[in-house]
Write a protein that binds this ligand. Structure first.
Ligand SMILES: C[S@@+](CC[C@H](N)C(=O)[O-])C[C@H]1O[C@@H](n2cnc3c(N)ncnc32)[C@H](O)[C@@H]1O
Length: 394
């Protein structure tokens, strides 16, 4: 029998029995976001944490507050460039436990009084269980009237429009992805069937015209047996962000690559991985709903869709360079050298670790191309996104 959350396995297998094999994207959607039994949707009352040292994986904000401090500085600079609007809105999407928000707001306490007074912080997370954890971790800011609010979805902000900064850390890697497989007859899409009590892969034609169009625009030359992913939901999300931002900056942090690097022929098995208790595996049909699933982000396609919908590319860099530009050396100087805290901060900077793997895409709208401190150092990525092989404007 397939292992995992029993009611979730029942629901997914029933859907397959009733309607036939489902796309891998649908399987991942249900495994992570089934309204009752999905990995992110069940509360911590079921006994297991998701994010953090007691959970399945950790993010930058579990490690140290320097990313939050840097984002606060970046937001203050953007506020000045926008002419100090009232309100200046920070929209954080997919805040998880809310720790990054906590670090940003703590850092803002020592910033300018005017910025603090005009700041409105909006959190958007599709998981009610995560929203509950966020409220708990951010309780000290809930007493300040209207300062912090939750929105159900990004589109809810579109009519009023946002002036400020829309940002996310490790949001897009948690979106369900379509898995693609090159066969001798061309590209097929991985679907999920249920046979003899087990979920199994089966290959079928591409499920949507949008996927077909996107794959054509990648101009790939993949060998037979090549397997990769396409994150269509991230491209739709980018369009929503473009719709809801009036004036300001979009800052997207995630592990990922340019399309050229992501879809190079040698990357034969894609980037999809499952995380459980801080180890990785490639078996999504085990522990269904009890482990995280993730895939890297194709930043070129994201930037290209953004451009088509009114978001100009400001720059593209990695987490190490972003943090350096925003004064991480001075932040580190305040820590005791070799202390555990110092070592944690170093962890976020390592070029072969989180400092290099995590990328930062910055886009702007309604302002002149801003000279942002977070983009001071982008040595090897200056033109990475503008030399796109992929021009996805759908
Ligand atoms: C990997 S966690 C990110 C954690 C957090 N940003 C951090 O830095 O620790 C992904 C979060 O995104 C949320 N999420 C996933 N899809 C979403 C969507 N479409 N809209 C809003 N939140 C979403 C999940 O519920 C989860 O809280």
């Amino acid at each position: 029998m397939a292992s995992g959350h029993p009611e979730l396995v029942d629901d997914i297998s029933r859907e397959i029995n009733d309607f036939g094999p489902i796309t891998f994207a649908r399987f991942m959607e249900l495994a992570l976001y089934h309204p009752q039994f999905g990995y992110y949707m069940r509360g911590p009352e079921d006994g297991s944490e998701r994010i953090g040292w007691q959970g399945d994986y950790y993010t930058s904000s579990d490690v140290h507050s320097i990313l939050g401090q840097a984002l606060a500085r970046q937001a203050e600079q953007i506020d000045r460039l926008l002419g100090q609007p009232d309100p200046f809105t920070l929209v954080e999407m997919g805040p998880g436990k809310g720790l990054l928000a906590k670090h940003i707001l703590s850092a803002c306490r020592i910033g300018s009084e005017s910025f603090r007074r005009r700041l409105r912080y909006i959190l958007i997370d599709r998981s009610p269980a995560m929203r509950k954890i966020q409220r708990h971790n951010l309780s000290q800011w809930l007493t300040e009237p209207d300062m912090m609010t939750w929105a159900d979805q990004l589109d809810a902000l579109a009519s009023a429009g946002v002036t400020g900064m829309v940002f996310s850390n490790e949001l897009l890697d948690a979106f369900p992805i379509h898995r693609i497989h090159m066969t001798s007859e061309g590209l097929q899409e991985v679907h999920v069937d249920y046979q003899d009590g087990q979920f199994v892969d089966c290959l079928k034609p591409l499920s949507t015209a949008a996927l077909d169009t996107h794959l054509r625009e990648l101009h790939h030359n993949w060998p037979e047996g090549y397997r990769t992913e396409v994150n269509l939901q991230a491209l739709d999300w980018m369009k929503q962000v473009a719709r809801c931002l009036n004036r300001g900056v979009v800052l997207t942090i995630d592990y990922g690559h340019t399309a050229h690097d992501f879809y190079r022929p040698e990357r034969k098995t894609g980037t999809f991985l499952c995380y459980s208790k801080h180890s990785t595996n490639e078996t999504p049909y085990q522990c269904v709903g009890a482990q995280d699933m993730t895939a890297h982000v194709d930043f070129s396609s994201l930037a290209a869709v953004g451009e088509t919908h009114g978001l100009q590319i400001t720059g593209f860099t990695n987490q190490l360079s972003f943090l350096m530009g925003l004064g991480v050396e001075a932040m580190m100087a305040e820590l005791q050298p070799e202390s555990p805290e110092f070592q944690s901060a170093i962890h976020l900077l390592k070029p072969n670790g989180m400092g290099g793997i995590f990328k930062v895409l910055v886009q702007h709208k309604g302002i002149e191309a801003p000279n942002l401190d977070g983009l001071k150092y982008k040595p090897f990525m200056e033109s990475a996104l503008t030399g796109l092989e992929s021009k996805v404007g759908a």
